[in-house]
Every structure is written in structure tokens, then in C-alpha cells.
Ligand binder design. Structure first.
Ligand SMILES: [Zn+2]
Length: 303
């Protein structure tokens, strides 16, 4: 069962099995998995993982493409987020997801009335297959420039679906800006889940106002925390909490309750994606899990 899951799910294949071991302190006979309660809801690591990826079909099934705010649109699947930013000089795509999802993303872009071939820049959240495996195919089909955070470049270069080299046209560093047609995105290094996990911020205009948009990168920690990872995650939680945010998005829709917010679009009230109060919730959940795992690890290490 675990082996099958690990093969199918690129994002977690590196950490799913280690998780099972570490939660038991390396001892199969040890206690139950670590649990945290945040905002009245209890989570285990495995439940957070399942929340993110949903059922197996959710990773490849189109979610209704929709406008989020201003020039930002959702073009991903039910559980794997992909965002389109439309500008007068072409479009920016964030997260190609799995290569087999490219036709789904293309269809979503076209259903919104845009052209896939107008994709000029391709960005990503982090170098796991469920978010960036399709980069080479997107570049092949659109000619988009692929830009990636330096710390994720080695993992991306190892990602070769069908033997295709992973394209990287520009290497980015923390704080770098990507601008196209009047829209600027800032790349924030929020490593841990992968070394170059990138949180993107930008602004979007709606109703004569400007809103801060934060596209979060996964903050889900592995069960085994090395001293270097402890430092990296601690810095990333601090970084994310300091970013301006009115609209919080993520690399899985579940990180920002996409389905619930999408359902509210039908109500015709205010834009449900503008929700500053929920901006820190995902960081709260993941940091609580991080602290709990760390505490367990430290306790297990005591003689
Ligand atoms: Zn991942």
C-alpha cells in the first residue's frame, strides 16, 4: 500500500515512508502518530497529506477554472493548484503540476477565454513532481521562459519525465522580482519542504482597490527534522508570517480552503478569496505540526 502510494504521489514520495517510521520513534511498537489541534480541528501528518492530495483522481481531474481576483485565475485540478496571471504582454503560469495534467490546464485556460500559447513565463512552487513535472512539456508547447529558485535547481534537474531535460532559463534568488505586462511577482525563499520552496507575492486590483496576494509553498515538514531543517523551517515560518496578505493561495487548494471559497462565489457576495483573517491559518497548522514533531523527536532522543 505505502509503496504504491509513494510511486503515484511525487510530492510526498520522499517523506511518506520516513514519516511512518519517525512517528513511531523508529520503533514499530511505539505510540500513536503525533496530533495537533489548530482552530478547533485535529490533524495528524497523514491527514494533512491526504487533505492536500485528496483522492487519486483529484490530482488529475479538472477543477472548474475560475477567476480568483484581478488578473489571477485558477487553472489546476481538484487538488493540485495551478494559477494563470493574465497580462497585456502574455501570461504567467505558476505550477505545471504533473505532465499528464497539461491538457487539463490548457483546457482550463481556453475555457476562461485565454490562449495557452500566450504563456510567456512558467514559475513553480517547489520541485516535487506533482507541482513541476510538466515544466518541460509546457516549455515545448508554448516557448515559455522557465524560472526557478536556485536552491531547487538540483531537484528540478533530476526531474526528467520521459527523459526530457528540465528547462531552466533563469535562476532566481530570494527577493527577486519577475515582471510581465505590468504585473510583478516577488519570489520569497521559504525552504524546508524542498530547499527552494518559493512563496510568491503580488498585488491584484479589484473594485478600485489593490490587494496583496500570497501564493504559499507547502510548509509541511518531514517527520525527521535535522538541525539544518529545524533552522530552515523556523526561518520560513517567520518569513511567511511577515508577508502582506489579503488573498492567500497555495500549491494545493486545500491549503486555502479553495473548494469552500469557490462554493461561496455562487452566493454573489464579496470576493470569498479576499480573506486576510485566514492568511496565517496554514502556517499555524504546519508550525504546530513542526513543533509537535520536534518535541517528539527530542523526547525520543533522550536516554
Ligand atoms: Zn511537495
Amino acid at each position: 500500500m505505502f509503496a504504491a502510494v509513494a510511486i503515484v504521489l511525487g510530492c510526498v514520495s520522499l517523506m511518506f515512508e520516513p514519516l511512518a517510521t519517525a512517528q513511531r520513534g523508529g520503533n514499530a511498537a511505539a505510540g500513536p502518530p503525533v496530533k495537533v489541534t489548530v482552530n478547533g480541528r485535529e490533524w495528524t501528518q497523514q491527514q494533512l497529506f491526504q487533505r492536500n492530495i485528496g483522492g487519486q483522481d483529484d490530482q488529475t481531474t479538472q477543477f472548474p477554472p475560475h477567476k480568483i481576483i484581478g488578473n489571477m485565475y485558477y487553472v489546476g485540478t481538484v487538488s493540485l493548484a495551478s494559477f494563470l496571471i493574465v497580462t497585456p504582454q502574455g501570461n504567467i503560469l505558476i505550477n505545471s503540476t504533473y505532465e499528464r495534467n497539461i491538457p487539463v490546464i490548457q483546457k482550463s485556460i481556453e475555457q476562461l477565454g485565454f490562449k495557452f500559447s500566450d504563456t510567456k513565463i512558467l514559475l513553480g512552487s517547489h520541485a516535487h513532481g506533482d507541482h513541476q513535472e510538466g515544466d518541460a512539456l509546457v516549455k515545448q508547447l508554448t516557448g515559455a521562459q522557465v524560472m526557478a529558485m536556485a536552491e531547487d535547481v538540483p531537484l528540478l534537474q533530476a526531474m526528467k519525465p520521459g527523459g526530457k531535460e528540465h528547462p531552466i532559463d533563469k535562476v532566481l534568488h530570494d527577493g527577486d522580482k519577475v515582471t510581465l505586462g505590468g504585473t510583478t511577482l516577488v519570489a520569497h525563499l521559504t525552504g524546508g519542504h524542498t530547499p527552494g520552496c518559493t512563496t510568491w507575492t503580488t498585488t491584484a486590483q479589484e473594485g478600485g482597490r489593490s490587494y496583496n496576494v500570497m501564493i504559499g509553498c507547502s510548509l509541511r515538514p518531514p517527520a525527521m527534522l535535522t538541525p539544518a531543517l529545524i533552522d530552515t523551517f523556523s526561518a520560513s515560518f517567520k518569513t511567511v508570517r511577515a508577508l502582506p496578505c489579503d488573498v492567500q493561495l497555495g500549491d494545493h487548494g486545500a491549503q486555502y480552503n479553495m473548494q469552500e471559497k469557490f462554493a461561496k462565489l455562487k452566493d454573489g457576495g464579496g470576493n470569498p478569496f479576499i480573506d486576510p483573517a485566514s492568511c496565517k491559518l496554514e502556517a499555524d497548522i504546519q508550525e504546530a505540526m513542526f513543533r509537535a514533531l520536534l518535541a517528539e523527536q527530542q523526547q525520543a532522543a533522550r536516554p
